[in-house]
Write a protein that binds this ligand. Structure first.
Ligand code: SF4
Ligand code: SF4
Length: 465
């Protein structure tokens, strides 16, 4: 876990803002004094909702997502280049540049030889590139291609049922099974764990292997997937604050390693109990949807799962297993989608202009060109959410030479685990639009999500260790 106890660097420098901070803290302190603790805990745990999904879905539209339509599949699959040339042409016309997804991916991959990308500016020096890329080094052996969505990637995400015991361990109750699985996940390092059942609507089908240019069927799994165990992996607050520069990518890459290691360990644990299981990385399923189904958070405007207490500063992995004698978590609402309706900070800050400014979520995309099949081929449709333009996000990644975490940095829910922030989080489940707009302004005033890259990098590298 990240150490967020040193808050001195977050204190605003302007005296009036400092006073405001003190008044806020004092007011929050009084609230605590009158016994708000249990109320906060209850609010942060969310409000359980009936039904199998916490937000509406359009059954006529919602189908398993064809992974061939994932942005990385379009960028990396020769078969996609040949079959869908109109996607490159339409996008190049939209942005007014001679551009293809294939070239975009080449730029991102060329970050592996960063001499071409090193610049003498904060966050992009040799020091920063070294950190950002070294952080993902273990993935070379743990399952490199899983990061790019390859199902059954060699390594920790292999579907081979290694160490599967013949004898099946019998739990005394479903509650005990859930408790022991979550205990094991915690031991392996996961920050949150939720358990839900397999719902094919939220799976990738067909899956797509961009390395071998072929569709992958769920039959190849070799067992009937019944349960999905969802794990959250926290990213470093100070590193994310440097986004979109390299230290932020360092913590993203470190979390990709955590995903492979911890989901891989949990899958191995379940196989050793005698039940078939596989670890899932950026492959196989819509992880934000499963995070919601497992009661861990809510999909936000920035497309991420916002988990109370951690915000969008998490990566998600999963274990898919045949074991179904286990208590499932219920979906919960935390008031995040409603907060997003009035916030829009991430949309304002997105350097790729990829995040929608829509006032309300919708079942299908509304971005520019949404009525053109050559521009509207990606993204999971039929879920009531904010639909963003992943093509434009990918374009910025290519321009940046690496990924981007600006929309995580900007989000007001991305706060250190400090008590006065948790009071504010808790109040969001029942306060209305005016209050949310006010909170958005306060967040910017305190300088949380809009710190300039140079200052954020100085704070990151010089943080007391
Ligand atoms: S990752 Fe960066 S470019 Fe992509 S949506 Fe987020 S802020 Fe925009
Ligand atoms: S920045 Fe605001 S609008 Fe964007 S995800 Fe966070 S709360 Fe929602």
């Amino acid at each position: 876990m990240t150490d967020h106890t040193d808050m001195t660097t977050d204190l605003p420098s302007d005296p009036s803002r400092r006073r405001l901070f003190k008044y806020s803290a004092a007011a929050a302190g009084v609230a605590v004094a009158v016994g708000a603790g249990s109320w906060i805990k209850k609010r942060i745990e969310g409000i359980p909702v009936a039904g199998d999904y916490p937000v509406p879905v359009d059954d006529a539209v919602l189908k398993p997502f064809n992974q061939r339509n994932w942005i990385f599949a379009q960028a990396g699959s020769k078969k996609n280049w040949a079959d869908f040339p109109e996607r490159d042409q339409a996008f190049a016309k939209l942005i007014g540049e001679n551009w293809s997804f294939r070239d975009g991916l080449k730029k991102i991959f060329s970050a592996g030889t960063p001499q071409t990308w090193i610049e003498n500016k904060p966050g992009y020096t040799q020091l920063d590139w070294a950190l950002g890329l070294a952080a993902q080094r273990p993935l070379d052996v743990l399952g490199k291609a899983a990061k790019y969505g390859q199902p059954n990637a060699p390594g920790m995400m292999s579907w081979e049922q290694k160490n599967l015991m013949e004898n099946q361990w019998q739990f005394e109750s479903k509650q005990q099974a859930a408790q022991y699985i979550k205990r094991a996940a915690k031991l392996f390092g996961a920050d949150r764990c939720g358990i839900t059942y397999n719902d094919h609507r939220f799976n990738y089908d067909p899956m797509y292997d961009i390395m071998r240019d072929q569709e992958i069927s769920w039959d190849g799994l070799g067992f009937k997937p019944k349960t999905v165990i969802v794990l959250l992996h926290e990213m470093d607050y100070d590193a994310i604050r440097t986004a979109p520069s390299l230290p932020s990518i360092g913590t993203v890459n470190k979390a990709y390693v955590d995903m492979a290691v911890q989901a891989g360990q949990l899958a191995d644990f379940i196989r050793r109990l005698g039940y078939k299981a596989v670890a899932s990385h950026n492959d196989m399923i819509n992880k934000v949807a499963y995070g919601m189904k497992a009661g861990l958070g809510e999909a936000a405007r920035n497309g991420a799962l916002v988990a109370p207490g951690l915000g969008p500063r998490v990566r998600i992995s999963a274990v898919i297993t045949e074991l179904d004698f286990v208590e499932y978590d219920v979906p919960r609402r935390f008031g995040i989608q409603e907060f997003c309706e009035h916030c829009k900070l991430c949309a304002d800050a997105c350097p790729g202009k990829a995040i929608t400014h829509d006032d309300k979520p919708s079942f299908t995309p509304t971005f520019e060109g949404a009525d053109d099949p050559a521009l509207n081929w990606h993204g999971h449709k039929g879920i009531y959410k904010f639909h963003n333009d992943a093509k434009k996000c990918f374009k910025f990644w290519a321009d940046n030479g690496i990924g981007c975490a600006q929309c995580i940095k900007t989000c007001p829910w991305n706060k250190p685990d400090f008590w006065h922030h948790r009071i504010i989080d808790a109040s969001n489940t029942f306060t209305g639009g005016e209050i949310h707009s006010f909170m958005r302004e306060m967040d910017s005033l305190f300088g949380y999500g809009n710190m300039e890259i140079e200052k954020a990098n100085l704070l990151f590298w010089n943080k007391e260790v």
